[in-house]
Design a protein around this ligand. Structure first.
Ligand SMILES: Cc1cc2nc3c(=O)[nH]c(=O)nc-3n(C[C@H](O)[C@H](O)[C@H](O)COP(=O)(O)OP(=O)(O)OC[C@H]3O[C@@H](n4cnc5c(N)ncnc54)[C@H](O)[C@@H]3O)c2cc1C
Length: 376
């Protein structure tokens, strides 16, 4: 086991930052993770994530968490169905042969947190900036200087503060906006909706908008109402607002009652968001003592479910590079070169799906339905 007294700061306790913390700590590295949330349960962690055999699951294995993961994973939810806006079923796909098990985002976070030594995550510290020191970098929070580190890893998500030190690039709107809300206990409280969404995920798509509803564990459902907003009008009006879901029903005028019921069953408010991405292939010259992973490096559209998988794979690859090379500047440069090459095409593909949504989805449904073996 390699040990190091040189301190490493990871900014952000999302899946990428926590995975890197687990992998480095198990190799004897001195790791601190700084997280803006005040504690582990400070906010709901959101919906379900599918981990892929050639990326996210490799990191889970390497962290020694496969048994714990499998105890929570939902292999039965690897499936989706599509409806038209009148509520007619167009297509059902079952991917249970594939290895893309689903897990709640909160469960994944808890698994990783449980693996870390107590006190590794320093909650309620929002990093505002990074200042160069004689050796390494100093992290600055709202409260002031939180310490000097030989290596700072920005795992602080789409709107990363650490990224500002590396590149002026920021995420750009895709023209797609969405409202998201939750439905609780669907099987007991909303059996008609549960019949439309027995497992996995459903989508209903019209010409410039759509509904996606996805199961998490315990009958929880995350619902998204997506709207094309290329002119930016909805975005301008709603920036970061919370909206009563009943006020959104007009977006579903002409839709079947069976689908509008996903809005009527909402538990609480909807959160508005504009889907923003970094262009695929965004790169930067390597900087000594500082690097990025996950959404901070390459936030991409969620179509294809690659974001968390790339974050976990980044963590795995960066840990390998640091274990193998005690020259950390060379190690992070190697990691960045390979990571940027690995992610470029994936990000371009996922982002293209957002820029062309829902045309691409409608075309995909038509193509599959035209096949004689289509599963409907
Ligand atoms: C609607 C939607 C659905 C998605 N669905 C999927 C999916 O099905 N499959 C998939 O693979 N991906 C999905 N993604 C993408 C996925 O959520 C991200 O790619 C993934 O969470 C990235 O992990 P991360 O650790 O890099 O960043 P994050 O998960 O964003 O974590 C960053 C952490 O840093 C903290 N932080 C931020 N700024 C600071 C600061 N200044 N100081 C301290 N802490 C800070 C945040 O609080 C957060 O805890 C989806 C994304 C969206 C928006």
């Amino acid at each position: 086991m390699m040990s190091s007294a040189r301190p490493i700061a990871i900014v952000g306790a999302g899946p990428g930052g926590l995975m890197l913390g687990c992998l480095l700590q198990s190799q004897g590295f001195d790791v601190s993770i700084f997280e803006a949330d005040s504690h582990a349960g400070a906010r709901r962690q959101g919906g379900s994530l599918d981990l892929h055999a050639d990326s996210g699951l490799l990191a889970i294995e390497e962290a020694g968490l496969r048994r714990e993961f499998d105890a929570l994973a939902r292999y039965e939810d690897q499936c989706d169905s599509f409806y038209d806006q009148e509520g007619n079923l167009l297509l059902t796909r079952d991917f249970s042969e594939a290895v893309r098990p689903e897990i709640d985002r909160g469960q994944l976070r808890d698994l990783l947190l449980a693996k870390l030594a107590p006190g590794t995550v320093r909650w309620n510290i929002k990093i505002q900036g990074v200042a160069s020191a004689a050796e390494g970098h100093r992290l600055m929070s709202d409260e002031g200087d939180v310490g000097r580190f030989d290596l700072v890893v920005g795992a602080d998500g789409a709107w990363s503060r650490v990224r500002k030190l590396i590149t002026p690039q920021t995420p750009q709107p895709t023209g797609l906006v969405y409202y998201e809300w939750d439905i609780e206990n669907i099987d007991v409280l909303h059996p008609a909706l549960a019949a439309l969404l027995p497992r996995g995920k459903i989508g209903a798509v019209a010409i410039d908008r759509g509904l996606i509803a996805q199961r998490s564990s315990g009958g929880q459902v995350k619902v998204y109402l997506l709207i094309r907003d290329d002119a930016g009008e909805i975005g301008r009006l709603n920036r970061d607002t919370r909206v009563d879901v009943s006020e959104l029903l007009h977006h579903l005028d002409g839709w079947s009652d069976s689908l509008r019921a996903f809005a009527l069953a909402a538990n609480g408010f909807a959160q508005f968001r504009s889907l923003c991405v970094l262009p695929g292939g965004t790169a930067w010259p390597s900087i000594a003592g500082i690097t990025l992973l996950g959404d901070a490096a390459h936030v991409m559209a969620p179509f294809g479910g690659e974001g968390v998988n790339m974050a976990l794979e980044d963590a795995r690859q960066l840990a390998h590079c640091l274990v193998q090379n005690s020259d950390w500047n060379a190690a992070t440069a190697d990691y960045e070169r390979a990571m940027l090459a690995r992610v470029k095409d994936i990000a371009e593909r996922c982002n293209a799906a957002a820029f062309t949504w829902p045309r691409q989805t409608l075309a995909m449904i038509e193509k599959i339905r035209a096949q004689p073996s289509a599963v409907t």
